[in-house]
Design a binder for this molecule. Structure first.
Ligand code: PHE
Ligand code: ZN
Length: 876
């Protein structure tokens, strides 16, 4: 690919032609699908009559073009690799085109493709242009009618958006169904599915009493994995009515599960298409964490019906308008129906490891990027997760009531329109009367702001002065940063562990408040304090920043026990563990023995033995910070030091608290029939954390416990936890047979085989890389399936850091080999997979050079635009 051009937000221009009506006819066949499009085209008032009509199109074989029934000859239009241009068109006319496409050879999984013989589409962001010539941009909205023609025996089910209005048998071989979607929509929300599918059906009655038919379509063997998602859908529909006042707007809502899918799922109007891993679940095959993920994704896609579909984006730079808001909505849903503090802990853990890493690396970009080469590279943690944090900050600044009013105003005012981030923020400003001009910088400035807090207590004046300062480090293309508007939720904890009344300028603020920073530096004075309290800052992680607040280990231990904010209790524990791990890392560098201090052991003992009010939080508190999180805290990253320090700490805790963990394990065992309810999940999570510490000692009785749990075969959560302990043990005597048995038992189920791959390649021992190479030849693996690639390669490079970062560079070489192959097959996945290779800045010179070397090898290939963009940024 030679020098692909960047596209800029500042160059946005309104569409010159609108499409009032879109009538599609698909005649499906694997090698040669015919697509006929009849478009009612209308020139925009502001467009000059001489302006040509330019339609997007990629990889289409053009068969014919006609205007108002008159066929055009080749001299009347220009067709090139990316577009079809018509000169001198009427003000309003019917354009008819026919093209041919080849779904079976579409390995990029964009546009119309095949997965296990079934036809399906993925159009967001720019896949529709691979189906037919069209103005493929979200600000062109049209009413769609779609006729799907297919083979009666192999494709008995033919689906598209909206309602079926006609269907008929054509001849012995073929039949058709016509679908009509009454809501105008951009082309990226179009969907078509055809296959030999079966359904689970249900009904939902909306708040205003309308009946909605719910269907979940799957391949026959997966019918027994549909109950959970169907119930999650109904919970989501009810929740959106109750929390956001949003009702569903069609007579039917369909979900389809497909095995080959680049992302988690897609919110096509009335016909959501899901990666099968994001919807199929049952207790025998699926772990607790996946049940919760599925619930969140089902909700997310459903919530898009308003935040994304009814009100959509003007252009792809506004992606966070729909994604940030919708992620915030799904987070709120999950925290309402599960343990709220644990949901927050998990989301923040993801943000602080993966998103912070993105924000400090070569691909850092603002929540609303201002330019891109390939938009598919911008479906990132920054747009989604940081985008959600930005919306959450609005909630923190406005309070729920006003935030909800702003949301109502936004849906009401912009219903049926394609809008910008500013339109959303303006609604929030309008209902609250707040000036959100500075807040907009969150959308424009990349990088993670760093907030430094110091406090000084004045015993004579009986007051505490809290000083807060902020600074955002430079990121590629943005050297100067301005101060942001940052809500800092906080409280002051007194010696008795209770929150103290907050009094500022004589005014009482209750026991918890939100301080708002708008400048580089602030001072807040709290009055009427008899003794120095411990400040608890950034409660609930009220802003996506790095907080530097120098607390002693004593103070951290105190907050960990007493903070009224569950999130901050957990966070204090993580900081405490981190400071111990940093001591161990220093010892590792100095070649000294790694001895774990008593404080960590004693605090852990107290946690285990004292009664817990929230088991889910307790399980999280017993986990040491992940390797990725520790790495994110270091100025210079030494993977081996991190790994060995963490392993030593885990083992030492297991040894020192063996009896306590064994008792905990016993206490949390249960014979109750499996349920994915959060209280049961918390119990299993606690039990399996204990099992992990026990097995870290390598003691035979601990491994026997794991073996018994594996053999017991109660549910996949427990089986997998046990298998992991067996397969990750130094001694392979138990692990090898368990891995073999599991592989044989589940050979028929690809989603379970993904777990089998992931468990094996996350093994910390040095044979992991050879295991990856070996498993790439396994019959259950296919480089063409994104789930397989993520399970085998993705797990290895992202979760087995010591082995990916082997000093001999073999881990990097393996990833580069995979990326080079994927670049030809599936550029989106290739561009995602290559990211770990770009994070070399803070590594040692040997590894840095090896990673750059592999990136340069990749650059030597003929690259897709997506891989090109990432590799160029990394090597810049
Ligand atoms: N819009 C989808 C979602 O967030 C994600 C997606 C993007 C899926 C691009 C496929 C392709 O819900
Ligand atoms: Zn989304």
């Amino acid at each position: 690919m030679s020098d692909p051009r960047a596209i800029y937000l500042k160059d946005y221009q309104v569409p010159t032609y609108q499409i009032e009506q879109t009538e599609l006819r698909f005649d499906l066949s694997s090698e040669a699908t015919r697509v006929r499009a009849r478009l009612c085209v209308q020139r925009d008032d502001t467009t000059s009559v001489s302006e040509p009509l330019v339609l997007d199109g990629e990889a289409l074989t053009l068969i014919s073009v006609a205007i108002d029934g008159r066929p055009l000859d080749a001299a009347e239009y220009d067709a090139d690799e990316h577009s079809l241009t018509l000169h001198a068109v009427p003000d309003r006319f019917w354009l008819e085109t026919e093209v041919e496409i080849a779904p079976a050879s579409n390995t990029a999984l964009e546009g119309l493709y095949q997965s296990n013989g079934m036809f399906c589409t993925q159009c967001e962001p720019e896949g529709f242009r691979r189906i037919t010539f069209y103005p493929d941009r979200p600000d062109v909205m049209s009413r769609f009618t779609t006729t799907v023609i297919g083979d009666r025996t192999t494709l008995p089910v033919l689906l598209s958006n909206g309602n079926p209005i006609d269907q008929c048998v054509i001849d012995d071989a073929r039949h058709y169904v016509t679908w009509e979607d009454p809501h105008p929509k951009p082309a990226y929300l179009f969907a078509l599915v055809a296959g030999n599918l079966e359904k689970r059906e249900d009904h939902f009655t909306t708040a205003s009493g309308r009946d909605v038919l719910l269907q979940l379509w799957v391949e026959t063997q997966n019918l027994n994995k549909t109950e959970f998602a169907m119930n999650a859908l109904k919970r989501s529909m009810r929740w959106d009515e109750e929390r956001f006042g949003r009702e569903y707007d069609l007579d039917r809502f369909m979900i389809v599960a497909v095995d080959d899918f680049n992302m988690g799922a897609m919110e096509n109007k009335g016909l959501n298409i899901f990666n099968s891993s994001a919807v199929l679940a049952n207790p025998e095959t699926t772990v607790d964490m996946m049940f919760q993920r599925i619930e969140g994704i089902v909700a997310h896609e459903y919530f898009h019906n308003w935040s994304g579909n009814r009100v959509t984006c003007r252009d792809w730079f506004q992606l966070a308008l729909k994604e940030g808001f919708t992620v915030f909505r799904d987070q709120l849903f999950s925290s309402d129906v599960n343990s709220a503090p644990v949901k927050r802990i998990e989301d923040v853990a993801l943000l602080r490891t993966a998103q912070f890493a993105e924000d400090s690396g070569p691909t850092a970009h603002p929540v609303r990027p201002d330019h891109f080469i390939e938009i598919t590279n911008f479906y990132t943690l920054t747009v989604y997760e940081k985008g959600a944090e930005v919306v959450r900050m609005l909630r923190n600044l406005l309070g729920w009531e006003q935030f909800r009013q702003g949301s109502d105003l936004y849906f009401d005012r912009f219903d049926g329109q394609a809008v910008r981030v500013e339109d959303f923020i303006d609604c929030m400003a309008e209902v609250s009367g707040q000036d959100l001009t500075r807040f907009m910088l969150w959308y424009a400035q990349a990088g993670t702001p760093e907030v430094t807090a110091t406090s000084a207590y004045d015993a004579d004046a009986r007051c505490l002065t809290l000083s807060l300062s902020q600074r955002t480090p430079p990121t590629p293309g943005q050297t100067e940063k301005e101060p942001l508007q940052i809500p800092v939720a906080m409280g002051l904890v007194g010696a008795d562990g209770k929150d103290l009344p907050l009094i500022m300028n004589g005014e009482s603020l209750g026991t918890s408040t939100v301080l708002v920073m708008t400048d580089a530096e602030h001072r807040f004075v709290f009055e009427n304090l008899d003794a120095a309290p411990v400040p608890s800052l950034l409660r609930g992680f009220s802003a996506p920043v790095k907080l530097h607040h120098a607390l002693s280990d004593e103070q951290l231990a105190f907050l960990m026990r007493h903070d009224s904010d569950g999130f901050n209790r957990w966070d204090a524990g993580q900081q405490l563990a981190l400071s111990e791990l940093e001591r161990l890392m220093a010892a590792w560098h100095a070649d000294e023995p790694l001895v774990v201090g008593d404080r960590l052991i004693d605090t852990m003992r107290a946690l285990i033995t004292e009664p817990a009010d929230d088991k889910a939080v307790l399980a999280e508190m017993l986990r040491l910070p992940s390797e990725a999180f520790i790495a994110e805290q270091q100025a210079e990253v030494h993977i081996d030091a991190i790994h060995h320090a963490r392993r030593a700490a885990t083992r030492a805790l297991g040894e020192a608290l063996y009896d306590e963990f064994a008792a905990l394990y016993d206490r949390e065992r249960s014979d109750a029939p499996y349920s994915p309810h959060f209280e049961q999940i918390a119990q299993r999570s606690l039990k399996n954390v204990a099992l992990g510490y026990l097995c870290a000692t390598g003691r035979p009785d601990a491994l026997a416990l794991a073996q018994a749990q594996f053999d017991d075969n109660a549910n996949m959560t427990d089986v997998r936890a046990a298998l992991t302990q067996l397969a990750h043990a130094d001694d392979t005597a138990l692990g090898e047979p368990a891995v073999r048995a599991f592989g044989e038992r589940w050979a028929h189920d690809p989603l379970v085989m993904d777990q089998w791959f992931a468990t094996q390649v996350s093994r910390p021992q040095p044979d992991a890389l050879e295991r990856v190479r070996f498993l790439m030849g396994h019959e259950a693996f296919s480089i063409k399936n994104p789930n397989r690639v993520r399970a085998l390669i993705g797990t290895f490079v992202n979760q087995n850091l010591v082995n990916f970062h082997r000093e001999d560079g073999q881990g990097y070489r393996l990833l580069a080999d995979v990326v080079i192959e994927l670049n030809r097959l599936n550029p989106d996945i290739a561009a995602r997979m290559v990211l770990p290779l770009t994070r070399f800045r803070r590594l040692d010179p040997v590894r840095r050079a090896a990673m750059r070397g592999e990136l340069e090898r990749i650059r030597g290939e003929s690259l897709s635009r997506s891989v090109f963009e990432v590799v160029e940024k990394a090597l810049a």
